[in-house]
Design a protein around this ligand. Sequence first.
Ligand code: FMN
Length: 193
Amino acid sequence: MAKVISEGIGAFSQHYPRVATIVTAQAKGKANAMAVAWHSVISVNPPLYGVSIAPKRFTYQLIAQSKEFGVNFLPFEMAELVASVGGSSGREIDKFQKFNIALDKPVKTAVPILKDAYAAYECKLVDDKLYGDHRLLVGEIVAVHWLEEAFTPEGTLDSDRISPILYLGRDVYLTTSKGTVRSLSREVYGKIV
Ligand SMILES: Cc1cc2nc3c(=O)[nH]c(=O)nc-3n(C[C@H](O)[C@H](O)[C@H](O)COP(=O)(O)O)c2cc1C
């Protein structure tokens, strides 16, 4: 089938699905949480994580002031919370109170860590640069909180126990199906001719 080729790009959404996270921050006694789907590992050594955040977000103000942020990974059962913190602004409400968000204590920063997260990173901001209409914030991961039983002994997410929140854009969410995991050795597959 012939593909459509667009050159007037406008909004593009072919890259979805992405794992939806909740990014947290606090500064001067104000704490906040927002949904973030645009994020990535940048480096393993040193451990760097990047999040793409529009400068108009209230969360951005808090990160710019405190130079810290948290990235929280939640199970699919918590997708409604992602939609809630992604559909409201900390400028108007205290999201932790309004959405009844339980917290764990951070260890190396002051960022809120969500109790329901199966994993969370505490990050110290090392770079903050504007690209178009978003800022790429790069943080060094200084502490990782993770639920041991959510991961296999090899360290990958145990999809029999945790269904990640995948975001398709336009307020549509989906998750993985059990039994669909395939282990494909790159050693083996890299040699297939
Ligand atoms: C699933 C989802 C993913 C989102 N991803 C991003 C993102 O990657 N970057 C961004 O700037 N905003 C993103 N947003 C929008 C913000 O979460 C939203 O504007 C939020 O209300 C900002 O809150 P704040 O003003 O309290 O910081 C996303 C929203 C949703 C629902």
